[in-house]
Write a protein that binds this ligand. Structure first.
Ligand code: FES
Ligand code: FES
Length: 151
């Protein structure tokens, strides 16, 4: 079947089989920031935004995204770069493998809730695991970033 997606504002068409997952289709299309970590829906590395909401692409059939607006980190480089500066300032990142999915989830949270509490931030991010750093420094970076983006 032919799948039509809107990825980062660009219409993309690709021939797929009905049992393919969105993660694999996006990688075939060249969006290599979308990574596989666990394949069991537990790590959040494969997170992309579908209609602005975080979705685990490793466990979402690509056909379910037919005609939908998909955002990967390639589509929000400016915001991602700004956020990365706050992460670096807090020493909140090491290998960076979790960064694309983590950053997209933070950007989605910002759109949904401009003034989240610490608990709301931790709850929203609880599906995005990081094997390297402590979550407290990430929490500080998120709060500082969100505050700066309001100005
Ligand atoms: S690859 Fe781990 S949740 Fe998708
Ligand atoms: S910085 Fe290495 S997995 Fe998060």
């Amino acid at each position: 079947m032919i799948l039509t997606l809107n990825v980062n504002g660009r219409k993309r068409e690709i021939s797929i089989s009905p049992d393919e997952y969105l993660l694999d289709v996006l990688r075939k299309l060249g969006y290599l920031s979308v990574k596989r970590g666990c394949d069991t829906g537990s790590c959040g590395l494969c997170t992309v935004l579908v209609e602005e909401k975080p979705v685990l692409s490793c466990s979402t059939l690509a056909v379910r995204a037919q005609g939908k607006k998909i955002t990967t980190i390639e589509g929000c480089q400016e915001e991602a770069k700004r956020f990365a500066e706050f992460m670096a300032a807090e020493g909140a990142e090491q290998c960076g493998y979790c960064a694309p999915g983590f950053t997209l989830t933070v950007l989605a949270l910002m759109k949904e809730n401009e003034n989240p509490t610490d608990e709301e931030i931790l709850h929203y991010l609880n599906g995005n695991l990081c094997r390297c750093s402590g979550y407290i420094s990430q929490l500080r970076a998120i709060k500082n970033f969100m505050e700066a983006e309001k100005r």
